[in-house]
Design a protein around this ligand. Structure first.
Ligand code: HEC
Length: 101
């Protein structure tokens, strides 16, 4: 019985680890499109704003919360983030940090 519990606990821990690590990429991409982020940004090249794959390098060692605060703090983002709950901006930031080359 004890063994079964340990196995179940491990499976749960593994499930949690995967759930935390993976930001839903499809969700993030469609959100970036929907909120107009992609009018000014691309993942792999500079447009009006920086290429998102370069942002990760700048935020090396920092958290998604740091990046989310920066995104929300920029006046140019007032409009695109207006309808986004804080949590959504943070998840988007987390995804952007996974794009680093
Ligand atoms: C109207 C154009 C425009 C739109 C729309 C826009 N951005 Fe930006 N973004 C910029 C510009 C310009 C910069 C660079 C400004 C600066 O560094 O002060 C920037 C910077 C950034 C950065 C780098 C922040 C940093 O601290 O280096 C991230 C990440 C980012 N934008 C994400 C987003 C996301 C996510 C959205 C959609 C919710 C979005 N942007 C929508 C123009 C835009």
């Amino acid at each position: 019985m004890k063994r079964v519990l340990i196995a179940a606990g491990m499976a749960f821990a593994m499930f949690q680890a995967t759930a935390n690590a993976a930001v839903d990429e499809e969700w993030a991409k469609s959100g970036a499109k929907e909120h107009g982020c992609l009018n000014c940004h691309a993942i792999d090249k500079k447009k009006m704003g920086p290429a998102w794959q370069d942002v990760g390098a700048k935020y090396n060692g920092k958290t998604a919360a740091d990046l989310a605060a920066s995104i929300k703090g920029k006046p140019i983002h007032a409009k695109p983030t207006k309808d986004m709950p804080a949590k959504e901006v943070e998840q988007m930031a987390e995804w952007i940090l996974t794009l680093a080359k």
